[in-house]
Design a binder for this molecule. Structure first.
Ligand SMILES: [Zn+2]
Ligand SMILES: [Zn+2]
Length: 211
């Protein structure tokens, strides 16, 4: 497995490209901005899916351009449909470099679904709280694409439209308690981390787990 993490746009949103070395098949997760950088990371591969952890426009802002170029299916959870073209704040789309409208999804992500390309299997974990349809992608090759659920030293916001603190706590508890400590976590913004590191050093997560 080859993983390329590309920080895009002014919010340093982490777009991930995962490539199966043997077949050259790839997926792109959260293409929020900087279309050219994402296309460059995909060069020489055969893209299979465009995936989004959730519907916020800083995560889906370049689905349109990518779909036009790649012609592969775009998947997001049904419960985040209402967010795909909602800038939340006036002008936020221009600020983050989003090219709206975001296309309609070709299929919906669901809890327990497995996306496979080459030998790689990504399991979909429905992890609501930041948004109602938020999902993480987990590979048993020790990788979690966490979106805006968990950050290094922090957790996702729950105060935006559709956010819910109780759901966020449940999703965090689930992910942190179910997955091995050495799992590498690619966060939606900023530095990567591991499950074990956040269990020990993330004050918000510790508070949530201690209840
Ligand atoms: Zn978000
Ligand atoms: Zn985000």
């Amino acid at each position: 497995m080859i993983l390329k993490v590309i920080p895009v746009g002014p919010l340093s949103m982490n777009c991930s490209v995962i490539i199966d070395e043997d077949t050259g098949q790839s997926v792109v997760i959260d293409p929020g901005a900087d279309l050219d950088a994402i296309l460059k990371a995909l060069e020489g591969t055969t893209p299979k899916y465009i995936l989004a952890t959730h519907g916020h426009i800083d995560h889906v802002g370049q689905v349109k351009g990518l779909k036009e170029r790649l012609g592969v299916p775009f998947l997001v959870h049904k419960e985040d449909l209402f967010l795909l073209n909602d800038p939340i704040w006036k002008g936020f789309d221009l600020y983050v470099g989003a090219d709206l409208p975001c296309p309609e999804p070709d299929d919906f992500l669901e809890e327990g679904m497995e996306l496979s390309f080459g030998k790689i299997r990504l399991k979909v974990l429905h992890t609501p709280g930041h948004t109602p349809g938020h999902c993480c992608f987990y590979s048993e090759e020790n990788l979690l694409i966490a979106g805006d659920l968990l950050f290094r030293g922090s957790v996702g916001r729950w105060d935006l439209p559709g956010g819910n603190l109780e759901d966020l706590k449940k999703s965090l508890r689930r992910v942190v308690l179910e997955l091995p400590e050495d799992v590498r976590v690619i966060t939606g913004h900023g530095e990567e981390t591991t499950i074990g590191r956040e269990k020990r050093f993330n004050p918000l997560l510790r508070e949530i787990l201690s209840r």
